[in-house]
Write a protein that binds this ligand. Structure first.
Ligand code: PEP
Ligand code: MN
Length: 337
């Protein structure tokens, strides 16, 4: 961290700040230029998070050098993290597609969709048992029974399952029935929930918040990792912008930007990012071309009758065609699928 003092700062101001740094276990390197005095902070400046150094008398500016996160950073771990999900590796050379209905509905529908996405090459089944709906009158999900249906679908197809948790009190069911716990966009900054899932080693798919910056996103991942859980995947799912023609704006730039900053796998959800089934395939291909490690795609056998997000769900035949195209895109950028 670099602290620059105002021209009128007194020796006493500098001493006051240096004393505070010392009390936090940090050393100071003072350089006296012609116009300004600059203090370089030596030591792990993360201890300064939450310390309002800019309000100290005489201070003009405070510039951090280190990122505010540690465990998620590329500096902490150079090589990509590869997460094992029931034998499926996410974060390696192979692009992994997770697909299935938005919400778990009837058992036969869930198993049927699982079988069809498995035939098309999906390697993980998605399905929401607890649904975070904007309206309290919308379908809220089957809850525990939905998780049991996912377990039945896994038994039929061998696909590991990812499902969203809304309430830490349900963690026991998730540890038993899910292979990946999803933290949805609306809970990205539910810090108590992040700490809870961070206390186990069950893989976590952390979705980017509706208006979260890259910094906030990575700090949420840091919450999970700092509790001990190293199996974290990040999911870009579109952010809220001024554009209302589609549901969200897919931030493709986040893919290479995150991959520079962190070793964690980056997954893209083109379904929630666009909200329209006809926009899903182009964005899925763009995401793989931009380096995504995986995709999360909503598929429904009968989108017209889906209880949630039918408008953005692909029919199985369209999903199948997309998977064929994705293989070509993956190959073109040096990835397997
Ligand atoms: C979901 O994947 O089911 C979901 C609700 O997504 P998001 O949290 O990204 O809105
Ligand atoms: Mn959905």
């Amino acid at each position: 961290m670099i602290i620059v003092f105002k021209p009128e700062a007194s020796e006493q101001d500098i001493e006051h700040l240096v004393d505070r740094l010392r009390s936090l276990g940090l050393r100071s390197q003072i350089s006296r230029g012609e116009e300004r005095i600059v203090v370089g902070v030596i030591g792990d400046e993360r201890v300064l998070q939450g310390q309002p150094l800019s309000v100290f008398p005489g201070v003009e500016s405070v510039t951090p050098i280190l990122a505010p996160w540690k465990m998620v950073s590329r500096e902490f771990q150079k090589q990509d993290s590869v997460i094992d999900i029931g034998g499926v590796q996410v974060g390696g050379n192979r692009v992994v597609v997770m697909a299935g209905p938005c919400a778990v509905e009837k058992l036969e529908i869930t198993v049927g969709i699982a079988q069809s996405v498995a035939r098309s090459g999906a390697r993980i089944l998605r399905g929401g048992a607890y649904k975070p709906r904007t309206s309290p009158y919308s379908f809220q999900g089957l809850g525990q029974e939905g998780l049991e249906f996912l377990t039945a679908a896994r038994k039929e197809t061998g696909l590991p399952v990812v499902s969203e948790i809304l309430d830490a009190r349900d963690l026991g069911y998730f540890l038993e029935h899910a292979d990946v716990i999803q933290i949805g966009a609306r809970n990205m900054q539910n810090f108590e929930l992040l700490k809870e899932v961070g206390s186990y080693d069950k893989p976590v798919l952390l979705k980017r918040g509706l208006s979260a910056t890259i910094k906030e996103f990575l700090l949420s991942a840091e919450y999970i990792m700092s509790r001990g859980n190293q199996n974290v995947m990040l999911c870009e799912r579109g952010i809220r912008t001024f554009e209302s023609h589609y549901r969200n704006t897919l931030d493709l730039t986040a893919i290479p930007a995150l991959q520079e900053l962190t070793h964690l796998p980056v997954i893209v959800d083109p379904s929630h990012a666009t909200g329209k089934w006809n926009l899903v395939a182009p964005m899925a291909k763009a995401a793989v071309a931009a380096g995504a490690d995986g995709l999360l795609i909503e598929v429904h056998s009968d989108p017209e009758c889906a209880l949630c997000d039918g408008e953005e769900s692909l029919k199985p035949s369209r999903f199948h065609d997309l998977m064929l195209d994705l293989q070509k895109v993956a190959r073109a950028v040096g990835r397997d699928m």
